[in-house]
Design a protein around this ligand. Structure first.
Ligand code: PGA
Length: 256
């Protein structure tokens, strides 16, 4: 049975180490209560400033069996003057294994282009970090197929079949992210349709591609979580706001 993957994207919503510790203790207690070797993998992506401490906490208790450390972003390259950036080299030295690349908040609020995201994926892979590549259209009911096709082509440009297969892909329609006014989660059927579009683009380029791991993100909560992961095409969830509400997050982990 393949593991259900839950990415906890804390964004900048965890303000102190004490808060981070509190969430992780709570998750640890939950993990002690489930059957051994449950098919679950949790990837915590804390704000950079807490990375080192979270890495230590994740080596304790049951967290060590089920959890991995991720980062929310990575510098485009390791070389050159880059004020404020955190390099792949630094991340891997801290024990980070996954990195979110091209989150919509970075694409649409911080002006990150497909080319930047493509470069970040390559930099992450060069450090043996697994990129969690975010794709998703900004406007609902506009030409989704055309947008996603183009975004996927540009984001994965020049990546070999092998490198493409190393990426995890999160379909996160921007309009569904909970911090947007009027956000509504996508439906599982529609999200599966979007994933089919992405797969078609990648398969056209690399017919021999092994299946990537696909996630859905956007207003995931304990009520809708299992509806997304119940089908064959979505292997996990990327959770934003609900990942810092410890009771709700535990309910998402247990949702079936
Ligand atoms: P949300 O955020 O779960 O709060 O909608 C998801 C994300 O931005 O990754």
């Amino acid at each position: 049975m393949s593991k259900k993957i839950i990415v906890a994207n804390w964004k900048a919503a965890v303000a102190s180490l004490a808060e981070a510790q509190d969430i992780l203790n709570f998750v640890d207690e939950y993990l002690k209560s489930i059957p051994m070797n449950s098919p679950l993998q949790i990837i915590f992506c804390p704000p950079f400033v807490f990375t080192e401490e979270v890495a230590k906490i994740l080596r304790e208790g049951k967290l060590t069996s089920y959890c991995a450390l991720g980062a929310q972003d990575i510098a485009v390259s390791d070389v050159g003057a880059q004020t404020g950036e955190v390099s792949g080299d630094m991340l891997s030295k801290l024990g980070v294994e996954y990195v979110i690349a091209g989150h919509s908040e970075r694409r649409w609020k911080m002006g990150e282009s497909d080319t930047d995201v493509n470069q970040k994926i390559k930099t992450a892979l060069s450090h043996n970090l697994v990129p969690i590549v975010c794709l998703g259209e900004k406007d609902q009911n506009k030409d989704r197929e055309k947008f996603l096709t183009n975004q996927t082509e540009e984001t994965f440009k020049d990546l070999s079949a092998q490198d493409t297969a190393r990426c995890m892909i999160a379909y996160e329609p921007v309009w569904a992210i909970s911090t947007n006014p009027d956000a509504e989660p996508d439906t599982p059927e529609s999200a599966a349709g979007a994933i089919e579009i992405i797969k078609k683009v990648l398969a056209a380029r690399h017919p021999q591609l092994v299946d990537n791991r696909f996630l859905y993100g956007g207003s995931v909560n304990s009520i809708n979580a299992a509806t997304f992961t119940g089908g064959p095409s979505i292997h996990g969830l990327m959770v934003g706001s609900a990942s810092v509400k410890k009771d709700e997050f535990i309910r998402i982990l247990g949702a079936r």
